[in-house]
Design a protein around this ligand. Structure first.
Ligand SMILES: [Zn+2]
Ligand SMILES: [Zn+2]
Length: 340
């Protein structure tokens, strides 16, 4: 059996993931997150009058019990596995994105007539499209995440992400393929709709600003704090900023085992949609003591059996129960007597 096409595909995906500057896990963005974390931890130690040494900072940022935990090792396996799968599912979702985008532009043309692109400087049109697509991405992300928490069938697949008992930047990739498939297709619908409107308003040749085919605003947030959302480092945005942006502490609250924090902070980079839809929990400025994970002693929490296969069984059981409940005969009631 010839494995070389599979191996070269995997290496290609790995190269794109680490070396494309706009990728979700580029080495450059990881380095940026590392320096931000270093400065934050260093400044906090300095403020407390403690010595700031690189060795102690590194020890604080990469504690052995987190780096070597079973949870982190499971994250790493998921990262490699999903890297392999991402290109395939993404390619499929891209198809519906293109179809939807063209359909929306055609529908708007048929309804309101053809439109001459406005005489705006190109950078204005491109900026508007970039913002529209970013907001559409965030809204799609929020909706998919909301459904994954609220619908028991979908929760079984999203639970995999929440079963991480420690958070590292790789936890971002600890997602079940079924979750990823639904996520990418919901994203394709939202961004496809937004792109169709953008095409109609500004012409099909006007594109968003991007880096390695990713939205530039999204890339900006990946460099700024998205990696830090899956760490133990408490960086909290409060006040008006906490209503708009999803700080690392916001997302750590999302992973918390405290029932007060359940189903809160479902956005990716923005807290805006959570604020508008009533799912926002603004973290305190001072670190809160949090425990991560779904259930205290879930067996097989970090194994292929527990994380990959078991969700299919549990989801199928839920579906069976739902069908059985639906197919139960509804008792007939005698028609009510009309009052005279
Ligand atoms: Zn979640
Ligand atoms: Zn997370």
């Amino acid at each position: 059996m010839d494995f070389s096409p599979g191996i070269s595909y995997f290496l290609g995906q790995l190269g794109k993931a680490f070396f494309a500057p706009g990728s979700h896990v580029s080495l450059l963005s990881l380095l940026c997150a590392f320096f931000i974390a270093l400065v934050v931890v260093g400044a906090r130690r300095f403020k407390k009058g403690r010595r700031v040494r690189l060795k102690s900072l590194l020890r604080a940022l990469f504690p052995k019990h987190i780096v070597m935990s079973r949870s982190s090792l499971a994250d790493l396996s998921y990262f490699y596995f999903n890297l392999f799968l991402f290109g395939i599912i993404f390619g499929w979702a891209l198809l519906s994105y293109e179809v939807l985008s063209h359909s929306v532009a055609d529908l708007l043309t048929a309804t309101f007539g053809p439109r001459q692109p406005p005489a705006l400087p190109i950078f204005v049109s491109r900026t508007v499209i970039t913002v529209m697509l970013f907001l559409a991405y965030e809204l799609g992300y929020w909706l998919n995440h909301y459904l994954s928490h609220r619908i028991p069938f979908l929760w079984e697949f999203h639970k995999v992400h929440h079963s991480a008992t420690v958070l590292t930047p790789l936890t971002n990739f600890r997602v079940h393929p079924v979750y990823m498939c639904i996520f990418l297709n919901i994203l394709a619908v939202f961004t496809g709709l937004a792109n169709g409107v953008g095409d109609y308003l500004f012409g099909q040749t006007t594109h968003q600003y991007g880096l390695s085919e990713n939205n530039l605003i999204l890339v900006f947030f990946i460099y700024l704090y998205v990696h830090l959302q899956h760490t133990q480092l408490w960086i909290s945005f409060t006040g008006w900023l906490g209503h708009l942006l999803m700080s690392p502490a916001h997302h750590q609250i999302h992973h918390s085992r405290n029932p007060d924090h359940f189903n809160k902070n479902l956005g990716s980079c923005l807290a805006l949609w959570d604020w508008l839809f009533g799912t926002l929990y603004i973290p305190s400025a001072e670190p809160e003591v949090l425990e991560f994970g779904v259930e205290p002693d879930r067996p097989h929490a970090h194994t292929i059996r527990g994380e990959f296969i078991a969700p299919f069984g549990r989801a199928a059981l839920l579906l069976k129960q739902l069908i059985e409940r639906r197919s139960q005969p509804v008792p007939l009631r005698a028609p009510e007597q009309k009052r005279a």
